[in-house]
Design a protein around this ligand. Sequence first.
Ligand code: ZN
Length: 267
Amino acid sequence: MSSVPRARVLLNTPQIELWPADLLRARGNRDARLLARATWVLRRKRDGRYLAAAVPDGLVTLLPGWQRDTCADAALDLLDAAASRALTPTAGLLPIEDLQARLDALGLDADTYAAKTGLPLVPEPAQLAFAGVDRYRRPLWLTRAAARAWTHLREAAQRDGVVLEAVSGYRSHDYQLGIVERKRARGLDLDAILAVNAAPGFSEHHAGTALDISTPGEPAAEASFEATPAFAWLQRNARQHGFAMSYPRDNPHGIVYEPWHWNHRGV
Ligand SMILES: [Zn+2]
């Protein structure tokens, strides 16, 4: 094994993410053996499947039948950059043309939706920082600034005897599109879906700045969170750490009250 410090970043491309291999769970014995030797794993955003693992002697396919296509080029270029240490931290954003085409295919007109809700289309960051694990022990990804602020927020809460847990952080366009596309395939009407799911592309979770927060014993993403000491603590203290509740009651976007959803906007 190399003594190179393990990367703690997620490298993002429009359709494929590069994950530090040690942060992924193996889905079988062969995967486990490969992941143990791998530095990076190419993971398809649409369905979370592991496509290939970068090991010292090259790239090994993990998904049988996966073909390297043009979508993989951007990911493979990043892999080369990472291997040659040419990778520099970036606060850059990915283009959103892919997203707009897929929204059109769903029958969702982005301009109309933006005008109706007052919400902007949110591009994805080109890199995300590891921000610890969420309540389900899954890696939590946020922008570098949001990850740092979340750590400080949790520590400050802990000092006051309050335990904050992340339920969800960064989510990709593809993840949110997948949810909507599967519901469409089951015959649900788009308006009915958008009444309960954020329109893909318009969620602050795509930016890596938003967190859904809970506390032990409390269900995820329920309005009952507002009655907890954790919520009271957030109301008093989140602002000084750069976090604000995005969707209070009667917000102008027409989004349901979400006391659990906090966005990092900087102090
Ligand atoms: Zn949220």
